[in-house]
Design a protein around this ligand. Structure first.
Ligand code: TXA
Ligand code: MG
Length: 346
């Protein structure tokens, strides 16, 4: 694709931005006019386009190199915006929105006829979420149109949690990026289908299984999340995702890592280890990344994608990763790590 000049607006409130309002207004105007603009959410950076403009939606797919059969999430700032997007709002969805919107929960509804097939990839459903990030909120409110936004990475790469990550992947391919600093959760939203009989989790994410069950009682999980022989209900889940360039293997027992590292180094590889602060110093490798702290899975989630990208920067070609407890947000962490490792676990 041809080169596009990419603008970078500073909207990081923590450094007392003077031009905050002007920057949001310009980005909103560009979005409305059909340009593609990246912005922070509480999960990861999104790559936004006006859903009323098919060319803008196509430009998102093109900038990311995203397969056409993978539908986008529509982002809104106000609950009223939902009515034009969906044909039905089931009671369970209402309760979930009351409890967790704005927040890292994407709901899948039966789509209204207004939603273009460019957004839904031709499905009869549409994914909608209301992000909980002041910049996303201000931008969506100002643009006053629903905004389709996948994660703002090149297809196949880890999702971006900083504007630098977005820049590394998409500079020259998109109109602009709002730099609002580091995102909070660090993993994508939980995708939950509420269009059928009972709610089904299609993608584990920032909102936990337990938090959903607390509101709706019974929650199902897409069988594809448990067995690799099933086809995922969420088209995006079938692609190898989040992968660093080096080959990644998950290791069940930390005690096995030193020998694996030594072996790979003997073979002449540059070897990295994904661990936590507690053990960062204990591995004799070329680069160890501390992915948060053992006693705080949220800190691990927040650091995971930075870590995966860092191995590329350090030109690591063999990576071993510790595994993390599979409860709370740990379920989403392990889902992403398994995908990044292409299922390799020893
Ligand atoms: O946290 C997030 O959700 C971020 C931020 C930017 O909001 N967005 C994000 O979008 O992760 P994306 O496009 O990277 O992932 C969207 C996922 C994909 O797996 C896609 O297949 C699925 O949601 N999805 C979207 N619409 C769907 C639908 N109608 N039915 C099933 N899955 C759908
Ligand atoms: Mg993505």
């Amino acid at each position: 694709m041809s080169y596009i000049q990419t603008k970078r607006w500073n909207v990081n409130k923590s450094n007392n931005q003077k031009n905050y309002r002007e920057n949001i207004a310009e980005a909103a105007l560009w979005l409305k006019a059909g340009k593609v603009v990246a912005f922070p959410t509480e999960t990861v950076y999104g790559l936004g386009g006006n859903i009323m403009d098919d060319d803008a939606v196509k430009a998102i797919f093109q900038a990311k190199g995203r397969p056409n059969d993978n539908p986008l999430i529509v982002h809104i700032a106000r609950r009223e915006q939902l009515n034009a997007l969906v044909s039905e709002i089931p009671p369970a969805a209402k309760e979930l929105m009351d409890a967790y919107w704005p927040g890292p929960l994407t709901l899948i509804f039966k789509a209204s006829k207004n939603v273009s097939a460019a957004v839904t990839a031709g499905l009869e459903t549409v994914a909608v979420r209301m992000p909980a990030h002041p910049v996303a909120y201000d931008l969506l409110l100002e643009a006053d149109v629903p905004v389709a936004a996948p994660s703002a990475n090149l297809s196949g790469r880890p999702s971006p949690t900083t504007a630098d990550h977005v820049w590394d992947d998409l500079e020259g391919r998109i109109a602009g990026v709002l730099d609002g600093g580091t995102t909070g959760v660090g993993l994508e939203s939980t995708v939950l289908d509420v269009s059928g009989e009972s709610p089904v989790i299609y993608r584990p994410g920032g909102l936990t299984f337990e938090q959903i069950a607390e509101i709706v009682g019974h929650v199902e999980v897409d069988p594809a999340l448990l067995s690799e022989s099933e086809t995922p209900k969420s088209p995006g889940m079938k692609y190898t995702h989040y992968a660093p360039k080096g080959s990644l293997t998950l290791v069940r027992d930390n005690n096995d890592i030193p020998e694996l590292v030594a072996q790979a180094r003997n073979e002449g590889h540059r070897v990295g280890v994904l661990t936590t602060e507690q053990r960062k110093q204990s591995y004799d490798c070329d680069f160890a990344f501390a992915c948060g702290s053992d006693d705080d899975l949220l800190s691990t989630a927040a650091q995971l994608y930075t870590g995966l990208r860092q191995f590329d920067t350090e030109q690591i070609d063999v990576i071993y990763s510790e595994v993390f407890p599979e409860h709370g947000v740990g379920i989403a962490i392990m889902n992403r790590l398994r995908k990044a490792a292409g299922g390799r676990i020893v």
